[in-house]
Design a protein around this ligand. Structure first.
Ligand code: SPD
Length: 277
């Protein structure tokens, strides 16, 4: 019998992967978690039926959510990752030698536990001594820590269920306070094909709070619409002013200094979504 995982990307669009093996299914206090081995994309993590990460294309998302802000900041030492319990973002953060401390604020311990067990290529850095895993509410954590981080990475699920509060002005204002005077925030801000209105709302929120707000894109085959946006708010450094010749080469498969620059060139309809007042 054939087994398929299907994500209902919206009411008129579905994405399916043929499943080789079901590795774990768990109802956690926050969500329904599954890790499946698929023929096309290797092992995948799904939460509430929504695909979060796959072994085959995770590098695109994790490299882009991390290296663009970390190479924009001149000397990132302390980094907070909100969400991201699979560990992919933490793995990329630790490729930066300046980083001394990474806090992973993940609400659901089951994501960390199962990622460590079934997705070692993604979660491999979670036991690094520079990493502090805080299982709990990332919003509360941000509100309780002021002027502490150089970079905050919001590696959230979609704006549904436990992640809703990560897409609000109150949260982004609290992140501003949590950042040091030259700090940077980056959030994953979804697909312009599915979440155009939300992206526009977030862009307005960021612009009200951060002196420099920039959007950038990457192509992620397994996310709805494939074209994915990230929104950066920065207190001091402009990601487009970075001298790409001074970016050191690190071990990546998608991110390069040239991609850093190119990612800020938005297709017109995406730019319109970000710019519309
Ligand atoms: N539509 C799913 C978007 C998920 C973005 N976050 C993924 C977390 C991977 N670390």
């Amino acid at each position: 019998m054939e087994l398929w995982f299907t994500e209902n990307q919206d009411e008129n669009l579905r994405f399916s992967l043929k499943v080789k093996e079901t590795l774990v299914v768990e109802k956690t206090p926050y969500q329904h978690l599954a890790i499946l081995d698929t023929y096309q994309f290797g092992k995948i993590l799904t939460l509430d039926g929504i695909l979060q990460t796959t072994e085959k294309d995770e590098f695109i998302y994790h490299e882009m959510i991390v290296h663009v802000p970390l190479f924009t900041h001149k000397n990132p030492k302390s980094v907070l990752v909100v969400g991201g319990g699979d560990g992919g973002s933490v793995r990329e953060v630790l490729k930066h030698p300046s980083v001394e401390r990474v806090v992973l604020a993940e609400i659901d311990e089951a994501v960390v536990r199962n990622s460590k067990k079934y997705l070692p290529t993604i979660s491999q850095a979670l036991d690094d001594p520079r990493v502090e895993i805080m299982i709990g509410d990332g919003i509360k954590y941000v509100n309780e820590h002021k002027n502490e981080f150089d970079v905050v990475i919001v590696d959230s699920t979609d704006p549904l269920g436990p992640a809703v509060g990560l897409f609000t002005p109150d949260f982004y204002k609290a992140v501003y306070e949590c950042l040091k005077e030259d700090g940077i925030i980056v959030a994953q801000t979804e697909s312009p094909f599915i979440y155009g209105k939300l992206i526009n709302k977030l862009s307005k929120m960021f612009k009200e709070i951060y002196p420099i707000t920039k959007a950038y894109i990457a192509t992620i085959p397994t996310y709805p619409g494939s074209l994915w946006t990230f929104t950066m708010g920065s207190k001091k450094y402009d990601p487009e002013e970075v001298d790409i010749n001074s970016i050191p080469r690190i071990d990546t498969k998608y991110y390069t200094p040239e991609i850093h620059k190119a990612a800020f060139v938005l297709p017109k309809f995406v730019k319109d979504i970000f710019d519309e007042v």
